[in-house]
Design a binder for this molecule. Structure first.
Ligand code: NAD
Ligand code: ZN
Length: 372
């Protein structure tokens, strides 16, 4: 069980398999020529990545450095970026340096942005360790940090030379984080392929469970690899067609226009994937309300989300926090809007969308669904 995928017309950029640390070391040192390799991870992950760390350290043809940062969104900051840059400068790192980002989306976004600007740009590779980072944040080259005015406001497009997805790393991932990433996997299948969606419908019980048994080869692990591969392949293909987010890439925002508005109000109590999950249902309901799909499509989506432990609605107390006016106000300043028109991905069936991009939708349709 080992596969590679191309992205942006480059072959073998994305590597996917279980316990692939030796392959990662061999491929990295063959692909990137640098005198110094700097692995950057967070303190929570450091004790969990020994096999990878040992492989990379022992096979490194040059100097190998490690820098550890605190876990959590707070590290996607100007301060942590400066801290890493000062570490690189203190160690006389030049352009001839490759950064290795080992972690979730926080480490990937931050290290990618350091790589984009250090000495006007140095190579980096991603080793995503959360499901969300594997199927979403490590692919596409969007790097960023947060500022007090908001998330991801300062950043750059900077492509990693390689993305190594070791599914063995998911064994230590907390269940809630696994589900968080599953929301993106379900989203992608819903807009791209009914066949992939069926695999999800059939495999809900054994995929995550397979990570917590000692049995190395199992149907559950095969299925998990299959769905991650399909999700990563679709995102990679979309990015290849539309690197700088002209239109097609907007498809990946299914569930995110309304989901982001929820997240803005409910974060950090509710995770991104949880808000997106409720957003997926809401946006599918808008699709139905506008006459573009049967209600059976909404029902099918709801069933899969529930099967993977994701929310499809908010409890009364949370709803009280989400005033309709507040939700609509957040959406009003969404950078994806077309003038004052909000953009939503409209489903026409499971696996197909109305347009190959997000569609402009009138406020009253959204309000009708959100106020329920
Ligand atoms: P995260 O990076 O904060 O990781 C979640 C937690 O899990 C952290 O505490 C981390 O230490 C821990 N962890 C990571 N891997 C683990 C493992 N294998 N075992 C045990 N613990 C592990 O969260 P995330 O959900 O991966 O990423 C969220 C970030 O991604 C946000 O900042 C978001 O803006 C960004 N993002 C970026 C893009 C993009 O296109 N660049 C897309 C989506 C999200
Ligand atoms: Zn998302």
């Amino acid at each position: 069980m080992y596969s590679t995928l191309p992205i942006l017309h480059q072959p073998n950029v994305i590597h996917i398999g279980y316990h692939i640390h030796d392959k990662v070391a061999a491929d990295l040192y063959q692909t990137v020529t640098a005198s110094t390799f700097v692995l950057i991870t967070d303190t929570r992950l450091l004790p969990l990545i020994n096999p990878l760390l040992n492989s990379l350290q022992s096979k490194c043809p040059g100097r190998f450095l490690v820098r550890v940062i605190p876990p959590g969104e707070g590290s996607k900051s100007r301060a942590t970026k400066a801290n890493i840059e000062d570490f690189l400068l203190k160690n006389s790192c030049t352009r001839d340096t490759c950064l290795v980002a080992v972690g979730g989306g926080v480490v990937g976004d931050l290290v990618g942005y350091v790589a984009a600007t250090f000495m006007r740009g140095i190579p980096f590779v991603q080793v995503p360790t959360t499901l969300l980072a594997m199927v979403d944040s490590s692919l596409g080259g969007k790097t960023a940090i947060d500022t007090p005015a908001g998330k991801n406001l300062v950043g750059a497009f900077w492509q990693p030379k390689r993305v190594y997805m070791d599914l063995g790393m998911l064994m230590t991932l907390p269940s809630r984080e696994f589900r968080n990433g599953m929301a993106e996997v379900i989203k992608t299948a819903a807009i791209s392929s009914e066949a992939d969606f069926k695999v999800l419908e059939d495999g809900a019980t054994d995929m995550e469970a397979s990570l917590h048994t000692t049995q190395e080869a199992s149907k559950g692990r095969e299925k998990l690899l299959e769905v991650i591969l399909a999700s990563a392949r679709f995102k990679a293909d979309v990015v290849t067609e539309d690197e700088r987010e002209g239109g097609l890439r907007g498809l990946l925002n299914f569930g995110h226009t309304i989901g982001h508005a929820f997240e803005k109000i409910l974060s950090p109590d509710w995770l991104h994937g949880e808000c997106v999950s409720v957003g997926l249902v809401a946006e599918a309901e808008v699709s139905h309300l506008l006459g573009h799909c049967d209600y059976a499509v909404v029902e099918r989506l709801k069933r899969v989300l529930v099967a993977y432990g994701l929310p499809i609605d908010f409890d009364a107390a949370t709803k009280a926090r989400l005033g309709l006016d507040d939700v609509m106000q957040v959406m009003r300043v969404d950078k994806k809007n077309q003038g004052s028109q909000k953009k939503l991905v409209i489903l026409s069936s499971i696996g197909t969308t109305l347009e190959p991009k997000a569609s402009a939708v009138a406020d009253d349709a959204i309000e009708n669904i959100v106020k329920k």
